[in-house]
Design a protein around this ligand. Structure first.
Ligand SMILES: CC(C)=CCC/C(C)=C/CC/C(C)=C/COP(=O)(O)OP(=O)(O)O
Ligand SMILES: [Zn+2]
Length: 501
């Protein structure tokens, strides 16, 4: 029997980062507050408000707007702005989806309790043996455990232990995790299992990962080209390279042997459009663009990509609906809030490379024997001697870096899409209105919401300002480490744990 205890545990490695704390404390600066001490207001809408305000005198900045009737309550400027936002989002929704939104959704509130209920209900109904979606059971764990952590929901210890025990049964005797007990180990389910265990974060969870065997499994998955295949005899693609590099970096087993050749393979998958495809000469896609870019950053080889064209491609995938599409001429979908949103947010810490690549004198080098653009053929990390490279540090240092530029996408518009179009008011999130909720979309819509809420902060240790969090400030989620998509505090606990090993 699964029980949840919201108060059963606390404590985090880096408490200053938690959104739970942020929700209870004042951010660095505040705009005019609504009267009555309520939460900070929503920020400005992504485009001009519906009403033509040109005939009205501008309200005093940050002050109160006088009501015509002195008996009526006086509104702050921000309350007026909030009303305009609500009117506009309702209008957009009506135009796009042909129906008025539920009035609750106009409030742009994150329906935390409903999402927690949906996700915990899902975990409970996985049951003791997790018999649902047979080959995807570690994924189901991750798609529920991670968004619950984003919502700062603490699971009962018994449930944590059940999940750790179940994943131990999925661990192959020769390393890696399969989709269920006794199944072939696979890099995707290995990524899901390891991210779940890191999110649980207990000593029991972290020490259940057999890192020696995991390393051997990964070496076995490595193709002579340097790229990885998903499983024995399986397909080689950018997803396999990312899942291998992400897991190896997270549990601190990444070395030159695993790293060599991966960066060049990924660079060969960048297409003429600027995004990254699943394999060379295929179509650029947001999922693979995130995977390729994140893997290259973890390898300290981001300069192998043509970053200006990648940024250009991702930025233009954000549509009039405010969400992202996965590829050119396809529909927007809530899950790309993470795949595309996180990819472009990562580039905000790569401005030095972007600047370099934009110089007229920059010469675009190609990976040997290929016609893809962007690879630097000399001095890459994977060519240096193994003792000189501390790969786990690349992921650690990256998150300490400040954003060197503000959001390169419309961070507020993306939050609007997620809150207004992707939320199912009964709980759970979805691709788009008309589609059903599911755990995959719940995981990636909330991951994308977190990325967009934190995308405007410049100092990596600070909290987002109210104007960067659409809707009430209580919408603020926990921050993630965007290279691994695990909650940042959980990452730090794991980093410390695996640094000692
Ligand atoms: C870590 C890991 C396993 C990452 C996976 C990354 C990921 C989401 C890749 C996308 C795969 C793909 C081509 C989907 C297209 O689906 P579609 O044609 O149904 O959707 P579309 O119309 O939106 O392109
Ligand atoms: Zn989707």
């Amino acid at each position: 029997m699964v029980r949840l205890n919201r108060l059963s545990r606390g404590g985090s490695a880096r408490p200053q980062h938690t959104a739970a704390r942020s929700r209870n404390r004042r951010p660095q600066q505040t705009r005019a507050q609504p009267s009555g001490g309520g939460p900070p207001p929503a920020s400005a809408p992504p485009a001009a408000p519906m009403e033509d305000s040109s005939q009205q005198p501008p309200p005093p900045a940050g002050g109160e707007v006088a009501a015509a009737d002195p008996e009526l309550p006086r509104l702050t400027v921000t309350q007026v702005e909030q009303m305009k936002v609500e009117a506009r989002v309702a209008d957009i929704y009506r135009v796009l989806f042909g129906a008025a939104p539920n009035t609750k959704s106009i409030m742009l509130e994150l329906w935390r309790d409903q999402h927690i209920e949906y996700l915990t209900h899902g975990l409970r109904h996985l049951g003791p043996n997790f018999h649902v979606l047979d080959a995807n059971r570690p994924w189901l764990c991750y798609w529920m455990v991670h968004p619950l952590a984003l919502l700062d929901e603490v699971l009962d210890d018994d449930l944590d232990d059940d999940i750790v025990d179940f994943l131990a049964q999925c661990q192959d005797k020769d390393g890696g995790y399969g989709g269920g007990p006794g199944q072939l180990p696979h890099l995707a389910t290995t990524y899901a299992a390891v991210n779940t265990l890191v999110t649980i974060g207990s000593e029991r969870a972290l020490s259940s990962i057999n890192r020696d065997k995991l390393y051997k499994f990964m070496l076995r998955m490595k193709d002579e080209s340097g790229a990885f295949r998903m499983h024995d005899g399986g397909e080689i693609d950018v997803r396999a390279s990312y899942t291998a590099i992400s897991v190896a970096s997270l549990v601190n087993i990444l070395d030159v042997e695993l790293a060599k050749g991966v960066g060049d393979y990924i660079a060969r998958c960048q297409t003429y459009e600027g995004g990254i495809a699943g394999e060379p000469y295929a179509e650029a896609h947001g999922g693979y663009t995130f995977c390729g870019l994140a893997a290259l950053i973890l390898l300290n080889e981001a300069e192998k990509l043509d970053l200006p064209s990648l940024i250009d491609w991702v930025a233009f995938r954000q549509g009039v609906e405010c969400g992202f599409q996965g590829r050119t001429n396809k529909l927007v979908d809530g899950c790309y809030s993470f795949w595309q949103g996180a990819a472009i947010a990562l580039t905000q810490k790569l401005v030095m490379i972007v600047d370099e690549q934009l110089k007229p004198s920059y010469s675009c080098k190609k990976p040997s024997g290929e016609d893809a653009c962007g690879a630097s053929s000399s001095g890459s990390t994977s060519e240096k001697s193994s003792s000189a490279v501390d790969y786990a540090k690349f992921g650690f240092d990256f998150i300490q870096r400040s954003n060197q530029i503000g959001p390169l996408f419309h961070n507020i518009a993306l939050q609007q899409y997620i809150l207004l179009c992707a939320q199912v008011l009964e709980g759970g999130l979805r691709d788009k209105p008309g589609k059903s909720r599911d755990h995959y979309h719940s995981c990636y819509c909330l991951s994308g919401l977190s990325v967009s809420q934190y995308s405007a902060i410049t100092d990596s240790d600070s909290c987002p300002l109210p104007q960067h969090v659409l809707g009430p400030y209580s919408n603020l989620l926990e921050p993630i480490h965007p290279l691994y998509n695990v909650v940042l505090d959980k990452y730090h606990t794991a980093y410390e744990f695996f640094s000692k090993e």
